[in-house]
Design a protein around this ligand. Structure first.
Ligand code: HEM
Length: 216
């Protein structure tokens, strides 16, 4: 047996473990970003001036001009790393689908939800970031004008629940897979994830209503 064939499985195992770490860390960073982003954008509910002040600070610190594109790269990187486990071929999809139906395994279903939402978020998130970052500076009036025009409100009404589902499914899977939450506490984790998902959608809908009713 050659040295290569003896060492290959070990190094492959190591690189797979490294990829798993990178997937988890980039996912966790994106979850934190999305939660912060939703809270900051929803400041428009209290007052457009508060949203403008936050956006002004954000640009003053170059977080939009530099942080925006960096975040976009992190977003693409996370998809690239996670995509290695997605079955893009028809046969692979059939196997996963039949296993999920056969096993009635909630975690397999959750994984399917995560993959489907990921594909849609990749396209819609890219369109969203392009629209916002190519029209800086951010302001409540500009956001309201965008949301009140064309199909943008429907676009966001679809993107919000997709992001909420992907975030809570990701949070749940990180907590279980990396052992942050023990088996006996899984029911509590599921409850927390459901409440967080609902809270994200409700907050987003109120934010959109505020943008729709803001005079521009
Ligand atoms: C640097 C990156 C980003 C910036 C500067 C940004 C900025 C904004 C702004 C200004 C709005 C208000 C609506 C508008 O102007 O069109 C908004 C809304 C929204 N953004 Fe982002 N965004 C970024 C990244 C993301 C990412 C990565 C996601 C998730 C994939 C996301 C999801 C949403 C959603 C769902 C809304 C609708 C309103 C809400 O849920 O609060 N954004 N964003």
């Amino acid at each position: 047996m050659s040295v290569d064939s003896m060492t290959y499985p070990v190094s492959k195992g190591r690189s797979d473990a490294l990829m798993d770490w990178l997937q988890m860390l980039s996912g966790a960073a994106l979850i934190l970003f999305v939660l912060l982003h939703m809270t900051l954008v929803s400041s428009v509910i209290i007052s457009p001036d508060i949203m403008n002040a936050i956006a002004g600070k954000y640009e003053h610190l170059y977080l939009a001009q530099i942080g925006g594109p960096v975040l976009f790269l992190l977003f693409l990187f996370h998809f690239y790393i996670a995509a290695r486990k997605i079955p893009f071929r028809r046969e692979g999809q059939k196997i996963i689908w039949s296993h999920a139906k056969m096993l009635h395994h909630n975690d397999t279903w959750l994984w399917i939800v995560q993959v489907v939402t990921a594909m849609l978020i990749l396209v819609m998130g890219s369109i969203h970031m392009w629209a916002v970052l190519s029209d800086l500076p951010v302001s409540a009036a500009k956001s309201a004008a965008r949301i009140q025009s064309g199909p943008w409100v429907y676009f966001y009404l679809l993107l919000c629940p997709l992001v909420a589902l992907h975030v809570v499914a990701g949070l749940y899977r990180i907590a279980v897979k990396w052992g942050f939450v023990k088996d006996r506490k899984r029911a509590g984790l599921r409850k927390f994830a459901t409440i967080l998902g609902i809270a994200m959608v409700v907050l987003s809908v109120f934010t959109l209503i505020r943008f729709m009713t803001l005079s521009v």
